[in-house]
Design a binder for this molecule. Structure first.
Ligand code: 2P0
Length: 374
């Protein structure tokens, strides 16, 4: 190969994460600094993950990116910030065998190509920005020999998408909001980072089931929605100052002691409060509305999907006396259900399939008519 023909690559894979104490609201839009701490569970990397390969070569004349094979623009501020932050921390890279030697000062002149794939349909309305930015930052850091702790990398991924910082770790993860309220140039939100509370093995009996009901894009993006909530919702102010700080401590304790009933109560309460905040926003945001279920070749409306799922889970828990299962919903219609072990998970799946059968013309009727029996 000629001196100018080399190409250097790195590949990484990141799973998405599900928040059990939710992030909703920023105190600094550009740096993506949140108004409260949040806690999430990172999914197993074999499901819902992004795989990203990054490459550098002297032949590349500009930075380019492909998502699921289609070229997308890198001109957005979030991509630019991540690229800049990683480049400024790049180290020396040497590949003796191939005679490649990149000094850290060279990275500013070299361009990257980025190819990213989601192993789930991007149109399924499942959060992809968390896994996507976590993976982008991690693979670039590997390529450019950035020797920073994972926490520091999480602060970079955070600037791509808030929830992405939590996907840098497995298991249970806390995103600490950080102390500095408004950032000056020097502090730049460096203490708003993700920390691992417990690793993947700590509570590996838990089973997370995601019920995908809609492929429709949400009407209000999270970024816009949370901005409007911060500007107009008195409940969000109360939540971030009075509720979440205590809830974070309780959730940390529930995770530490693997106390499923407490974990479930806190998870469901936090999901419900997040949606209450959305309703408290002006104009109100309805993430929990009737949802359209699109499964080829039918497209139909699922009436009261959220309320039927919540009521089904709440009734189950009330019947048993202590919570057996937990539910949580993000800014879209897909339900995330959590069971303490495989036995309960299989019961949950059986009941789900009974009450919410996959779409056919017959079941379609019972959805549309709104069977209120559960
Ligand atoms: C969360 N969500 O904690 C919450 C719960 C949605 C509901 O993080 O503007 O895509 O890119 O920082 O991270 C979705 O917000 O928003 C989110 P940006 P992001 O998972």
């Amino acid at each position: 190969e000629s001196k100018k023909d080399w190409i250097l690559m790195a590949t990484a894979r990141s799973p998405t994460n599900i928040a059990v104490v939710k992030y909703w609201g920023k105190r600094d839009e550009a740096l993506i600094l949140p108004i409260n701490d949040s806690i999430s569970v990172t999914l197993d990397p074999s499901h819902l993950c992004t795989t990203t390969t990054v490459a550098v070569s002297p032949n590349f004349d500009r930075d380019r990116m492909w998502l699921n094979g289609k070229e997308i623009s890198l001109s957005g501020g979030r991509y630019q910030r991540c690229l800049r932050e990683i480049r400024s921390r790049a180290g020396d890279v040497e590949d003796e065998k191939r005679g490649i030697c990149i000094g850290k000062e060279d990275w500013g002149k070299l361009h990257v190509h980025i190819a990213s794939y989601n192993n789930f349909p991007t149109a399924a309305g499942l959060a992809s920005s968390a896994a996507g930015f976590a993976c982008l930052v991690y693979s670039l850091a590997k390529l450019m020999n950035v020797r920073e702790e994972q926490g520091k990398l999480s602060a970079i991924a955070r600037q791509g998408s808030g929830s992405a910082c939590r996907s840098l770790f497995g298991g249970f993860v806390k995103w600490e909001m950080g102390k500095v309220l408004k950032c000056t140039k020097d502090s730049a939100g460096s203490d708003s980072i993700a920390v691992q509370l417990a690793d993947e093995q700590h509570w590996n009996d838990l089973v997370i089931i995601i019920a995908v009901v809609s492929s429709r894009q949400k009407e209000t993006s999270s970024t816009t929605g949370m901005r409007e909530s911060v500007e107009t919702s008195p409940l969000l102010h109360y939540r971030s100052t009075e509720v979440v700080p205590k809830r974070i401590l309780q959730m940390e304790e529930a995770i530490r002691t693997r106390d499923f009933p407490s974990f479930a109560r806190l998870t469901c309460a936090d999901s419900n409060q997040f949606h209450a905040v959305c309703l408290d926003t002006s104009p109100p945001i309805f993430y929990m509305n009737n949802t359209s279920h699109r499964q080829v070749p039918h497209s139909f409306i699922v009436t009261n999907w959220f309320f039927r799922i919540i009521s089904f889970m709440e009734k189950w828990n009330r019947f048993e006396g202590t919570p057996q299962v937990a539910y949580t919903f993000d800014a879209g219609p897909n339900a995330v259900l959590i069971a303490p072990n495989r036995k309960v998970a299989s019961l949950l799946l059986q009941r789900l399939l009974f009450y919410f059968p996959p779409s056919t013309d017959t079941e379609l009727k019972s959805f549309v008519l709104g069977d209120q029996s559960i």
